[in-house]
Design a protein around this ligand. Structure first.
Ligand code: IMP
Ligand code: MG
Length: 187
């Protein structure tokens, strides 16, 4: 495991501080409102779990699971909902929580899909942003970190479903994912 890691980009303590800060801003922005935090599975499960514990206003939690077709490290832009929300969001203040925004295609697709269900408000929160990779404009309301074009793992983020449990966000050695251009799904 350690031998697959090039460097620790965002250590756990730095992530914790940032998540706390995001939680405080979100608590302030949504004061007096009923919030529905929607985690995008699987990647956002750790971020959402930590984020909601830093939010001090009443909230509910739901999950949506998506899969983007492409290679292991590149999205094709075709997104499929694998698990939909449990409850309707009409009239709710919805905050979509994502681990990382890369091309922006996944979040854009989900925003369109959820907007059609008439939420009272719809905002996005991403722990990590890779702005240089964007192929479509997408609304990002709360962002933890902007990073260069590295493929990162840990804190929920995977490569081929591995490394999600690492407490830090780490840059994976390119040789680990190079040569894996085969078709598969990720999320
Ligand atoms: P997008 O649709 O290209 O913005 O990709 C979003 C999804 O791709 C994220 O939710 C992640 O699951 C995955 N992803 C993008 N970049 C990375 C990365 O550096 N490490 C792990 N997963 C990534
Ligand atoms: Mg994801």
């Amino acid at each position: 495991m350690k031998e697959d890691i090039e460097e620790v980009l965002l250590p756990a303590e730095k992530i914790r501080d940032k998540v706390r800060e995001l939680g405080q801003v979100i608590s302030r922005d949504y004061a007096g409102k009923d919030l529905l935090a929607v985690g995008i599975l699987k990647g956002a499960f750790i971020f959402l779990a930590d984020l909601v514990r830093e939010i001090t206003i009443p909230l509910e939690i739901d999950f949506i699971a998506v899969s983007s077709y492409g290679t292991a490290t590149e999205t094709s832009g075709v997104v499929r909902i694998l698990k939909d929300l449990d409850s309707p969001i009409e009239g709710r203040h919805v905050l979509l929580v994502e681990d990382i925004v890369d091309t922006g295609l996944t979040l854009k697709y989900l925003l369109e899909a959820l907007k059609a269900r008439n939420p009272l408000s719809l905002r996005t929160c991403a722990l990590v942003d890779k702005p240089s990779r964007r192929v479509t404009e997408v609304q990002l309301d709360y962002v933890g970190f902007s990073i260069p074009d590295y493929f990162v793992v840990g804190y929920g983020l995977d490569f081929a479903q591995k490394y999600r449990h690492l407490p830090d966000i780490c840059v994976l050695k390119p040789e680990v994912y190079q040569g894996t251009g085969d078709k598969n799904e990720r999320g």
